[in-house]
Design a protein around this ligand. Structure first.
Ligand code: SF4
Ligand code: SF4
Length: 332
């Protein structure tokens, strides 16, 4: 059971990306990390992504969590490029952790797409690929000097999104409550509580919210929940993982400490900038965490193998990636 896994205080959660709608990549990630011992997977709330994750599990034990967000949450936005303003410098393409950006047909990314998919895609197909793979991290926006990148947010109807995935069979729903709209977060949270009686997770950070507001939100969201039926996922800097050092993971540990000090009867997960150093730092800081959610870093270490079209059939590539994944899972 998911509760037992959390009670063990050794729960590794693989974050495939709330906005990652690339079913083929999700299947590969789940196959890899479930083989490495991971049993908890954070997914986009789409039926086809749940199906992909179940294929990836190949019968292994795994608990599936779907993520939904509120307006202003970076996890639910998608980058878009204004090609009129774009100078073609390729900086966004180079920095994108999801390899989701194509600037023109002669770029390294187009060559990669050809390698992975076996054919060149036309411009509109490539833009579709961008939307499916983009996780909203904002790296591209930060490096663009020409103001060519903006974001669009999908204002999702929770009823439409959640009921089909609940029917598919999931073990947890996570609400990303990161914008400063406490009312919207509570409205969505109340709806989720009405339609789902399993484990819920609150993903929150101190970025948009002050520490006081973050705690107020967490307290209000958990006041009517039974003890230990809620995970508070303390997100340091959302989607900032990638480097494997203490500095990157510092905010995740600091945010978890703030939650821990409330003494609320909740499970604590660390996330946002998490890496192989997170558990070490958290233990040094005496954080009694129940688990660590790793996304960007977990995907990055395996990316050169995962992006191979034959990854699931190529024993050598799979086993090389597996060594890296196991090392990471065992750090928790
Ligand atoms: S960083 Fe901006 S200008 Fe450069 S390729 Fe990307 S969108 Fe175009
Ligand atoms: S927001 Fe992040 S994932 Fe999306 S295109 Fe930009 S760099 Fe890539």
């Amino acid at each position: 059971m998911l509760k037992e896994l959390l009670d063990s205080r050794k729960c590794f959660k693989l974050v495939c990306g709330a906005g990652n709608e690339d079913a083929a990549e999700v299947e590969k990630l789940v196959a890899l990390y479930s083989s490495a011992g991971c049993k908890f997977f954070d997914l986009s709330a789409k039926p086809e992504i749940i199906d992909a994750a179940k294929r990836g599990l190949q019968g292994r034990e795994g608990y599936l969590c779907v993520s939904v967000g509120i307006k202003g949450d970076p996890h639910i936005r998608k980058a878009q490029i204004d090609y009129e303003k774009c100078s073609g410098c390729h900086k966004c393409e180079e920095i994108c952790p999801q390899k989701a950006i194509l600037i023109d047909g002669s770029s390294p990314f187009a060559a990669r797409v050809k390698r992975v998919y076996g054919r060149m895609l036309n411009a509109s197909a490539l833009r579709t690929l961008l939307a499916a793979r983009c996780i909203g991290c904002g790296n591209c926006y930060s490096v663009c000097k020409h103001g060519a990148i903006s974001f669009r947010e999908e204002n999702l109807d929770l009823k439409e999104v959640l009921l089909p995935v609940i029917e598919k069979g999931i073990e947890c729903i996570e609400l990303h409550a990161m914008s400063d709209s406490i009312d919207e977060a509570l409205e969505k949270w109340n709806y989720i509580n009405e339609v789902y009686d399993g484990m819920l997770s609150i993903c929150t950070a101190r970025g948009n919210l002050s520490e006081e507001k973050m705690l107020e939100l967490v307290k209000r969201m958990t006041e009517n929940r039974k003890p230990y039926t809620t995970i508070v996922q303390a997100d340091g800097f959302p989607m900032s993982g990638g480097k494997d050092d203490f500095k990157t993971t510092l905010q995740a540990v600091a945010t978890a400490e703030v939650v821990q000090n409330t003494k609320l009867p909740v499970y604590i997960m660390l996330s946002g900038g998490t890496n192989s150093k997170t558990s070490e730092l958290a233990k040094m800081c005496e954080i009694n965490y129940n688990g660590i959610a790793i996304g960007s870093f977990a995907r990055k270490i395996a990316s050169k193998y995962i992006e191979r079209e034959d990854f699931l059939r190529n024993e050598y590539a799979f086993n090389e990636a597996l060594k890296l994944a196991k090392n990471l899972v065992e750090t928790v």
